[in-house]
Ligand binder design. Structure first.
Ligand code: C2E
Ligand code: CA
Ligand code: CA
Length: 609
């Protein structure tokens, strides 16, 4: 009877502790301390300790110690399975080790003399294993210096405490994994920044505030990351992304409220106007300065820059989605305006900026991955009967827009700085086609490739061309290069040297679209061109339009004087042909003879001609 009452007493005290407000809010260690103290006081033992089993299962480490008589709470002590095998096995088997004589009990005998002799000798022990599921994970240990007969109530109490410890452990593990999960759902694991979900939540909160306080949402996109990835490797691209993340995170800017990574190379920032500290423009300048400077990656120096779009709450949008959309389209606008800059949203920035940007990316991909093709348009002898050469004209088979003509995408390529790599792609494809024709013993006349101003101004152009000729075993004489008149209007040593080197390789040079620009005769004379191509616009209305007749005649006369051959472009009918033949034009090109065609059709034409 008395035992039962004692047990109820223990139980009540334990329950009071566990359900007390103070206890629930404590961390794990504090909870374990409170439990051991309670045990010590209730059962009036000399020492209570809690041990945890090491992950390998070979050691019990004392995590906590509550000696009733002294203040020495230093837990540091460890027991090994090797030395106390029987004790460990008993715990593994979920035994309560309840002994009134430590030295006599086979399970605890090994503690003598090492442990039991530790200043205060221990005579009796009551140990209950703590489990995590069915794995032993520790033990709670009650010690008495006097010999003591443990009661059933004592045993029930210590097992209840062991179970409680097990629950506390489980709860702790759950909290930890919930924290991890929480971290994963709100952060980007590559940069450690918050993610789009967190950004959305935060904007949501700001827009729901009573005060409707204005803030700015900045949307960043790293410039040309695609090109960096393709040209320098994914690792360099990754390094650029984490560097931008670090710069934005580390930046000291009053008003910066949150930085998130919202896509592969996209970041966002919430900026709230701090009272009395500068304008938005100043903040933007500071941000651009922080982001736009090169980084060093090993031996390489990589230019980093970002384009930024900015929208304001509530003026540009009252809800999360609108604000995000508007910042993003302002960012595309910044890209279209030449990158490396910030643009504020306004209603005129429609979806075109985004569409252009996408097209530009697709074109970059097409150049990198052979997504373009080359058509050949024959250039005919003066009598219009035989093919003497051909002009290579680029085509783009676009996924959704079908075959796109250069007129549609070249302006874009120019603005995006892609045109030089496009020219080189065409040159390479032409060399490959020439090589393939030779290998099949098929005839192939010289092919003219168009060069943009960007290409012709590239000081390394001659090297690049030479490299292609070598690689595909193509003779310089099999190649011609066309340069539009305006591309050579600036006089420069580099240009002159490039042209001379090309000529030295045996390549013939033509001036394209002649008549549309401002070349002076004198200059033309001093540059190593051998052909002039009269622009289609002058040929179109021949022979009816007297002005066009006069211009064409003067071009022909001038060319003769300079010893240049003339090609008339865009010949579509017999009247034009007859007039041009009569005036002594050397070559004819136009739909009257052939439209541009794929290589196989061109080769077939040559064979049957
Ligand atoms: P272009 O160099 O003046 O090339 C001749 C253009 O006139 C070609 O248009 C050709 O298809 C077209 N054409 C030829 N004969 C006739 C005709 O009788 N009637 C009419 N209406 N048109 C005719 P395409 O292929 O659309 O090329 C347009 C321009 O794009 C080219 O003008 C050239 O400036 C540029 N381009 C083409 N390929 C390349 C390239 O690989 N690199 C560079 N930089 N520019 C290129
Ligand atoms: Ca041309
Ligand atoms: Ca032309």
């Amino acid at each position: 009877m008395e035992q039962i009452q004692t047990f109820f007493g223990y139980h009540k005290a334990l329950t009071q502790l566990l359900y007390g407000r103070d206890f629930i809010g404590q961390d794990k260690h504090k909870k374990l301390e409170a439990l051991s103290a309670l045990c010590g006081e209730l059962l009036e033992v000399d020492n209570v300790s809690i041990w945890t089993l090491s992950l390998c299962g070979n050691h019990l480490d004392r995590a906590l110690r509550y000696p009733r008589a002294t203040d020495n709470r230093d837990p540091g002590f460890s027991l090994s399975r090797d030395q106390h095998g029987i004790y460990f096995s008993a715990l593994d088997a979920a035994e309560i080790i309840c002994t009134d004589d430590v030295r006599a009990d086979p399970r605890t005998r090994s503690f003598h003399p090492y442990y039991v002799n530790e200043k205060e000798s221990v005579a009796s022990m009551l140990d209950a294993p703590v489990f995590d599921g069915n794995r032993l994970c520790g033990v709670i240990c009650l010690e008495s210096r006097q010999q003591r007969q443990w009661s059933l109530a004592d045993i029930a109490c210590v097992t209840a405490v062991a179970d409680t410890i097990s629950l506390i452990n489980t709860h702790e593990a759950w909290l930890k994994s919930r924290k991890e999960l929480d971290y994963i759902t709100h952060h980007d694991d590559f940069t450690g920044l918050l993610n789009l979900r967190s950004l959305r939540n935060h904007i949501q909160q700001l827009t729901e505030q009573q005060a409707q306080e204005s803030f700015a949402l900045l949307w960043f996109d790293i410039d040309r990351l695609n090109a960096i990835n393709n040209g320098m490797g994914q690792q360099v691209g990754d390094a650029v992304v984490s560097e931008v993340a670090a710069r934005l995170r580390g930046m000291l800017l009053p008003g910066k409220e949150m930085v998130a990574r919202v896509g592969g190379d996209e970041f966002a920032m919430i900026y709230r106007f701090p009272p009395g500290s500068g304008t938005m423009d100043e903040a933007v300048d500071a941000i651009l300065e922080t982001v736009n400077y090169p980084i060093r990656i090993g031996e390489q120096k990589v230019q980093v820059s970002a384009s930024i779009g900015i929208s304001f709450f509530p003026n540009d949008g009252g809800d999360v989605s609108t604000l995000l959309r508007h910042s993003e389209s302002a960012m595309y606008h910044a890209k279209a305006c030449g990158r490396r800059q910030a643009q504020y949203y306004n209603q005129d920035i429609s979806t075109t900026a985004k569409a252009r940007f996408l097209l530009e990316n697709q074109l970059t991909d097409a150049i990198a991955n052979d997504g373009l093709s080359v058509f050949y348009q024959p250039i005919m002898s003066a009598d219009g009967r035989s093919v003497v050469s051909a002009e290579a004209l680029v085509r783009w088979q676009h996924e959704t827009q079908g075959f796109m003509s250069p007129a549609e995408f070249l302006p874009l390529a120019y603005e995006a700085g892609l045109v030089a790599s496009l020219d080189l792609w065409v040159l390479e494809r032409v060399c490959r086609d020439i090589q393939a024709a030779r290998e099949q013993d098929l005839p192939m006349p010289p092919v003219a490739v168009n060069l943009s101003a960007d290409s012709i101004m590239d000081p390394l152009l001659a090297d690049k061309v030479w490299e292609r000729l070598q690689r595909y075993q193509v003779l310089g004489a099999q190649l011609e290069l066309e340069v539009i008149e305006d591309a050579i209007k600036g006089d420069s040593k580099v240009l002159r040297r490039t042209l001379e080197e090309l000529v030295r390789m045996g390549i013939k040079l033509s001036i394209d679209d002649f008549g549309t620009g401002y070349s002076s005769l004198l200059r033309l004379k001093s540059l190593p061109f051998t052909k002039l191509k009269i622009d289609r616009s002058f040929i179109q209305d021949l022979p009816q339009d007297p002005d066009d007749c006069a211009i064409t005649l003067s071009i022909l006369g001038m060319a003769r004087g300079l010893g240049l051959n003339v090609v008339a472009e865009g010949v579509e009918n017999s009247e034009q042909e007859a007039w041009l033949q009569h005036q002594g034009c050397n070559y004819l090109q136009g739909f009257k003879y052939h439209k541009p065609m794929p290589i196989h059709a061109f080769l077939e034409l040559l064979v049957t001609a």
